[in-house]
Design a protein around this ligand. Sequence first.
Ligand SMILES: NC(=O)c1ccc[n+]([C@@H]2O[C@H](COP(=O)([O-])OP(=O)(O)OC[C@H]3O[C@@H](n4cnc5c(N)ncnc54)[C@H](OP(=O)(O)O)[C@@H]3O)[C@@H](O)[C@H]2O)c1
Length: 228
Amino acid sequence: MSHPTALIIGASRGLGLALAEEWLNRGWRVIATARGGSDRLAELNLRFSDALEIEHADIVQADTVRALGTRLRGREVDVLFVNAGIARSNDKTPVDVGEQDFVDMMLTNALAPVRTVELLGERVASDGVIALMSSELGSIANSTGFWPLYSSSKAALNMLMKGYAAERPHDPRALLLIAPGWVRTDMGGEEATLSIDESIPLVVDMVEANRGKAGLRYVDRFNRELPW
Ligand SMILES: NC(=O)c1ccc[n+]([C@@H]2O[C@H](COP(=O)([O-])OP(=O)(O)OC[C@H]3O[C@@H](n4cnc5c(N)ncnc54)[C@H](OP(=O)(O)O)[C@@H]3O)[C@@H](O)[C@H]2O)c1
């Protein structure tokens, strides 16, 4: 029996690297992308040389995503997971943020992930899952105003995926906007409430549980729907 395949975009470190490792440990094949070199991915490749392929893509550079799509032509994956994201000027407001930080977040966290789905989505099996790393902070309904600029970029990501789904009412794939919890990574910081091991295995369980279930959902790691 052939092994399922996950294509993880933005897997050099943090949650993306952990997603790659979790699926490799479960016997999946993984295509993991980084925009630069990644010692951590290279280490993983020593342990899983048969099952892991390391690819290059910078989601802000659309040509690199197109080129990846060309290299993957003729192949099918079971999960496409767009994980890449950035957080800048977390405590700033619209009046004191450096505008470029806001533009960079909107590009990296909202426009580029959905463009990546547009460019690579046809590689995903009809019973597969297209997942994007959103955030609890992307919920407008639940917002407390924490990290307002980053949160706006995740809310924009959610909205753009609404548009993607609306244009494809008969898409058989599950389309998931995932909130992984507040996790200790370079972005989450040391004060975050969860370790990577307390989040990522649940995220992977949840993605697997959604295979074959069409439709767009904004969900947490327990597969509970979140208010938009
Ligand atoms: N940690 C949390 O508590 C938390 C909570 C909710 C949501 N999230 C989301 O989860 C995702 C991963 O976060 P993390 O905590 O693992 O952050 P992280 O440790 O800062 O890692 C971010 C990852 O995104 C990659 N990346 C950034 N810009 C990219 C680009 N233009 N093209 C390709 N890859 C790019 C980074 O690659 P480089 O190594 O090249 O920089 C790195 O692999 C993000 O989307 C984040 O917003 C995190």
